[in-house]
Structure formats: structure tokens, C-alpha cells
Design a protein around this ligand. Sequence first.
Ligand SMILES: [Zn+2]
Length: 456
Amino acid sequence: MSYQTVPFDQYIEAHRERFLAEFGQFIAQPSVAADGRGIPEMAALVAERLRAVGAEVTVFPTPGSPVVYAEIGPADAARTLLIYNHYDVQPEDPLDLWQTPPFEMVIRDGIIYGRGTSDDKGELLSRIQAVEAWLATQGDLPVRIKWVVEGEEETGSNHLETWADAHRDLLAADGILWEGGSYDEAGRPIFGLGGKGLAYFELRCQGPSHDLHSSVAPMVVNPAWRLVWALSTLKAPDDSIILDDYLQHVRPLTDEEWARIDAVPLEFDAMRERWGLEQWLNGMSDHEARRRYLGAPTITLCGFHSGYGGAGSKTVLPAAASAKLDFRLVDGLTVELARRLLREHLDRRGFADIEIIDLGGEEFAASPPGSLVERAAVAASEQTWGKTPVIFPWYAGSGPVYPLSAKQGIPVIFAGATWHPNARAHSPNENILLKDYFASMRFTAAFLAYFAALEA
Ligand SMILES: [Zn+2]
């Protein structure tokens, strides 16, 4: 190895209390992208922490949350690494289900609780602290690091692409270390090379100006029924997508890609057990479920609201109905395509009155296997945990990978291990294991060393 692990490990141990106190500060600063609470203060805190390790930091305003951009390491380094993290968090509600206050770091039985611990302040700060420990024990960094820390990840990264397009020159790099590495129940690190895309829409159907007595139903349009009828044209009862002209755009996967998907170990029995399911949809096999999970596009009806849903009965003809739909996009599908085909499909069936509200999205993006960042992450995982990670060709979830990676032609790896199986990201009692917080520092250092040293 091209760095001294013993002094590095001693340094993080010697500075353990201060590192945790800084983590406490990060958690204590709310930064809720959904309502903007504490966002500028959190951006300033991140900038300050990056400056403290010697980075040149710029806080770029956007119409939403600022992007914190930092550079550190030798300007003439042979390689440049782009690191992506986010400083915003999900709203803390429901508050009554938290056992300790969400914006307070509480350490109990080796577990650190607080909003943002696993998603993503723990990973962000432990990586910065790893840079500090490297500089204090090894000399200069082995690579140039460029850091993009955004503050709208939890609300769809709506301004990141425009920012990235305007600053392409800043982003040039040999690879991207993304956030969001995790490990499964068996303790296997789970890394990934990208994610499905996502298009999110709200459909609204308007009826009379206000709710009416339902006796008028024979002569008054009911927006709830109209929306149900419209939605029922998007998917068949066997769950297949029947949106006009949509599936023909899906790029068929190669045998090699299917083989990579088939090789991903998923804990199917544990998943069904946890979710209270006897079997998968339509009784499909685990093999088929894995292929659909990673290989199939989706149209998910996430919510439907209209009329009365309270206790007992209320005879009412609702004034309006709305539905939320998310489309997970595989390669070949785009946000724009989903939007256009959905509009045309509804118009063709007499549903031109149904309004489609665009709630944002992200494009599919996945790096080809074998990149330098992937190999560096595998080697760093083996060094840190003694384990070879499972590599997802892409995750079934989504993130703003496309504007920083695929669009710029820079390969990416999702790697790290700050999400354990019970991390409760987005939920009450979000947490990170104390041991994982410090392991993240050792992983980051090993990653930097391998990224600098491996053959291209
Ligand atoms: Zn999140």
C-alpha cells in the first residue's frame, strides 16, 4: 500500500472525540430541503469544515439550495477524483416516533442517532475527516480532489444539472466517488455503478367548483372516477405497462448485462419476511424478481386523493381528484419521453382535461464495468473490511448521477458503508453504527491510495 495505515488509524483514534463533536454539530444543524429550513447555515458549515482541511471552497447559489464546491490536493496530481455528497436531509416527521430528538446526536449502544446520520452527513463528514487524517499523517494528498456537495438531493436535485452544465470545466475528473454505499444483512458491502432514472408526475382532474351532495351524480362529472379510468389505461391487471409507444424505447439488455444482474445476491427470503409478503407479484420466481427489480421500467401509483376517506360514510361527489405517479426509467427511457408519451396517451383517450404536473426527475445513468474507480473501491473494501463488495450494474433507485457522470463522460462508483440494514434513512430514529462511521474514514483513505496507484 502506498500509505501508512498505522499512523492514519492512530490519528483517527486520537481525534475520536473531536470528530464526533463535529458530527454532533452537523446533526444539530437542521437542513431540510423540503422546506428550506437551515439550508444556508448548513452550506456554510460544510464550507467551513472543508476550508479547515485546506480546501479552496466556493458556495454557488442556485434558485434552490447552494452547491458547495471544493478543491484540494496537488494541482499537478496525475489523477483527479470527484466526490459527490449531499448536506440536506429529509423532514423529521413523524416526530412522536423518534426516541431521541432528531436534530441532536445521541450515541447509545454503539449506535449514533439523529437525522442525517446515515443519509448523508455521516458519510460526508467522515470523508472530510479522512482527508484531514491523511494530510496529518501522510503528507500531501495522492490525487486532486474536487468535491460537489449539494443541498437538494432529497427533493430531486432540481438545480444540480443546470449548475453542472454551467461549470463543466470544474467537473473534469478521472472518476467519481459517489455517496450511498451500504451493506446487507450478511455484512457484504453493496456498491453500484449507477441508478435507474425517475420521472415524477402529479395528475389532477377537476370536477364541480366544490364538493356536492352525491344525489347529483347522475348528471355531474365525477373527477375521481375519471382519474381512475385514466390511470387504468396505463397498466394492465397483470402489471404490464400499456402506456402507448413506451416500452419500444427500452434498450434490450445484452446477455452480459443480464449475467451481471443475475449475479447480484439479494436476500429475497429476508425481504419477503420483512415486508409481510408470501410471494412476489404474480408469484414470480426470485430469478425473475431480480431481473425485473433491476431490468424493468415501472409506473408506480404512489398515492391517490379524492373525496372522503375518514371514518364512516359521507355521501359526497368530490370536486377534484389527484394522483402521484413515479416512473422508474431503464436505459432508453428519458424523463422527457415519459412526459410526452403520457400526455399523448391521455389526450388520445379523451382525458385532455387531466392536468399533468411535472415534479422533476433524473435520467438513467450507469458506468461500464471495470473502471478505475470501481477497481479502487473493490480494493479499498477488501482492505477495510476484508470483503469483496457486491457490485450492482445499477441500483433500482435513482440519484442525480446523470448530470455529473454520464453527461460528462466520467465513470462513477457508489461506495462506502454508512448504511447498515437498519439505518432507517428517511425514517424516525435514523442512525449509523459508530464503528461504520470510523470505518468510512479508513475506507476513504484506502480508496484514495488505490485510486492514485492502480493502473488506468
Ligand atoms: Zn435520502
